[in-house]
Design a protein around this ligand. Sequence first.
Ligand code: ADE
Length: 243
Amino acid sequence: MRIDIVTLFPELCDSFLHASILGRAADKGLFEAHCHQIRDYTKNKQKQTDDYPYGGGCGMVLYAQPIADCIRAVQAQCAEQGRPRPHVAFLTAAGAPYNEQTARRLATYDSLILVCGHYEGIDERVIEAFGDEEISIGDYVLTGGELASLVVADSVLRLQPGVLAEEKGYQEESYWDGLIEYPQYTRPEVWEGRAVPPVLLTGDHDKIDAWRGKQSRARTRARRPDLYDRWCRTHPLTPPSWK
Ligand code: ADE
């Protein structure tokens, strides 16, 4: 997979995508990630990227032209590599709410362009012309789309085969099956008077799986009743004693 981030802060995004687990996966060639400076595509002398909004109001709005030209440049690079047309998502507070289901869908594209807004917004016409979708990572407003694009890139790239050490890793984690993950413990067995739940020390994997399932369901019910209701509806054959 190839991910391209279009942003005013490419260094910030690049250092995240090339560190830790993702960095090792990129080094192994499991994906390609590139970050592009919108300012490099401006056509005015001052390299200005934004301007006052028509109609008035506070804040500045990013010009359509440099974003469009940057996307076109990435599209051309993808075509040169023989890749299909990249899917384009704009990160804005006005987008559709992001979740694991969207991550799994985005992970199926060969190439993905993530466009970060900044200041008050992006000229709507470039979103209309190039955007396949608009994504929000939550009901709060960030100063820019950079963190949001990294949230999307991280959650999509970890789903690429080979990125996580164990393939099972991502299936066991929260939201994979619509439930929150069970609690985890490591050494020592007793820390500051708190003992690890004894079942985890038995070596009986049927019992451990049953305990973990119960913990997941109980946590989801308490913390995320919305997810729990959906899970109950999609698992109608679950014994009542489990719910
Ligand atoms: N830009 C500003 N706020 C955002 C949000 N919540 N999600 C995505 N992009 C944003």
